[in-house]
Design a protein around this ligand. Structure first.
Ligand code: FAD
Length: 503
């Protein structure tokens, strides 16, 4: 909390001109509940990240009204959807108003002929797909956080989908949206002036500018999404390998095969298999000699998925894969949304079981750089473990991002004993995050394929990754948000307001 009580009263009085009383929340519970995100943070410092008040608007007009008031009064505003982001995007660093989008969760229009749906950005993909299923349709944005992240957060992070190799990611699936600028002005971004155009060459491609900005450029309020027929068939074979190298060669061959129904492939390294076997509640027992795994996923009609599956099975066999059977394959793929959402435990150096929270560092990297990046990341986490019992290495996944196998979202999962995360351990972690990001850049990758890169540690390297592009970000931020009210403190964007010449 950063505002004086009288200032909070002034803001609440102003907000009452656009919101009803029950849309303005000031109690400690309401504020603390909206400060928490899944990425571990020292427990003794949680109070640093609490908003002064929260609002629950129900329309674009109300969001515009809130931002106009905040802009006039120079009060920070942080948009929050599901609050599942892993780079602290929805965490208020300077107090102010937390704008919770969850009540804007209605389906506004279902256009069966043009295959689109228009929704409030507070809607959850699980709920949306339950409704769409009645029409034989689905919206294929499928993150592991599918049951708990919302459309607005997907836009705010420019999310990554597990089945994106077939259907694309959030940026491809959101056709257009209403966006409220920090000054309270409303614009519609997308291709063309209509809401349902998928390709236009007219002017700047503003849709992409207003995605992945982590709430620093305004609030997406209503979005029009692309729809697909609900797939008749899903095939998700899991194959076992004696070592990582064979699994790596196999995943590359599968991804490069150009099979149209191929929706993605996942490589589990030795650390990941060992962790799942040791500590994962959802683990379905696999033979003890399994050291690395590959899963490939296909979606489509029965009569295209089955023959395509035969081709992928042939490729896997040529690379020494052993099929693990239908139960493991179907069960493990079905667990993709649950794996890290439940209470978890990990191990200290001497094998003691302790409660741990999950954290995930992600990067985008080319296929050829995966093995070397993986070795370097495991070494960083091993270095942490040599110094403290707070961290555990839960292994790595590498997922295809595109349909050609060019680049992978690769993640290292780290168990963190959050209750023991004191200031020293937090400093070690921030340094390790910086090192993890540096390794991604040294491998010609991007710091984040998925979550964004504005958390302590990684954020320091964003100017290195973007080069001159970072200066353009600063210029855009200053122009669109003259008083730095939108999510201040994120992405080093406060530099846009420092006086004097930038170097
Ligand atoms: C178990 C688990 C698994 C995950 N798996 C994946 C995965 O597979 N793929 C993936 O991409 N991510 C994944 N994530 C991360 C997270 O779910 C995504 O980043 C997701 O897109 C965040 O959505 P949210 O609704 O929770 O957004 P929030 O966390 O509420 O917000 C995320 C960011 O967007 C901004 N924002 C929120 N709403 C708006 C809006 N309406 N307009 C503008 N900005 C806004 C916020 O200020 C914040 O900076 C996972 C997280 C967890 C906990």
């Amino acid at each position: 909390m950063t505002l004086q009580a009288e200032r909070v009263d002034e803001v609440v009085a102003a907000l009452r001109t656009v919101l009803a009383d029950d849309q303005i929340l000031t109690s400690k519970t309401d504020r603390f509940n909206r400060a928490r995100v899944p990425a571990p943070f020292p427990v003794h410092r949680w109070a640093e990240r609490v908003p002064d008040l929260a609002v629950l608007p129900t329309s674009t007009e109300q969001v515009a009204g809130v931002l106009r008031i905040a802009n006039d009064l120079r009060i920070p505003v942080v948009p929050r959807d599901g609050g599942t982001g892993l780079t602290d995007g929805a965490v208020p660093l300077h107090g102010g108003i937390l704008l919770d989008v969850k009540r804007m969760n209605r389906i506004k229009e279902l256009d069966l002929d043009n295959r689109t749906v228009t929704v409030g950005t507070g809607i959850n993909m699980l709920k949306l797909n339950e409704e769409l299923a009645r029409h034989g349709l689905f919206y294929p944005d499928d993150p592991a956080s599918y049951p708990c992240s919302l459309v607005g957060g997907r836009i705010g992070t420019s999310g990554w989908s597990l089945i994106g190799s077939r259907y694309g990611h959030t940026r491809d699936l959101v056709l257009s949206f209403d966006h409220v600028l920090p000054t309270g002005e409303v614009l519609h971004v997308g291709d063309g002036i209509g809401h349902k155009i998928s390709k236009s060459s007219s002017g700047y491609q503003l849709k992409h500018l207003f995605m992945g900005h982590q709430g620093t450029l305004g609030v997406a309020t209503e979005a029009t999404l692309k729809l697909y027929p609900k797939p008749e068939a899903e095939l998700s074979p899991f194959w076992a390998f004696d070592d990582y190298d064979d699994a790596y060669r196999c995943v590359g061959a599968l991804a490069r095969a150009g099979v149209a129904t191929f929706a993605g492939a996942v490589l589990f390294d030795e650390w990941k298999v060992a962790y799942l076997r040791r500590d994962d509640e959802a683990y379905i027992p696999q033979p003890g000699d399994v050291r690395a795994l590959v899963c490939a996923v296909m979606y489509g009609y029965e009569d295209e998925v089955r023959p395509a599956g035969r081709r992928l099975f042939r490729i896997a066999k040529e690379h020494g894969a052993r099929y693990l059977g239908d139960e493991i394959s179907e069960g493990d793929w079905a667990a993709r949304h649950d794996r890290y959402a439940t209470p978890l435990h990990g191990r200290t150096k001497d094998g003691q079981v302790v409660p741990m929270s999950w954290h995930c560092e992600d990067a985008a990297v080319n296929y050829t750089n995966l093995p070397s990046l993986s070795r370097a990341w495991h070494e960083i986490v091993a270095g942490l473990r040599r110094q403290t019992d707070v961290f555990d290495d839960w292994g790595m996944f590498a997922y295809t991002s595109a349909d050609t196998g060019v680049d992978y979202l690769t993640e290292i999962d780290v168990g963190i004993w959050e209750q023991q995360l004191d200031d020293r351990a937090w400093e070690l972690w921030v340094r390790a995050k910086r090192d993890i990001a540096a390794v991604a850049l040294a491998h010609q990758g991007s710091i984040s394929a998925c979550h964004g890169s504005c958390r302590a540690g990684e954020v320091d390297l964003v100017p290195d990754e973007l080069g001159r592009g970072f200066d353009v970000m600063l210029d855009l931020k200053r122009t669109l948000d003259p008083h730095n009210i939108m999510n201040p403190g994120k992405y080093l964007l406060d530099r846009a307001y420092e006086t004097g010449e930038r170097p």
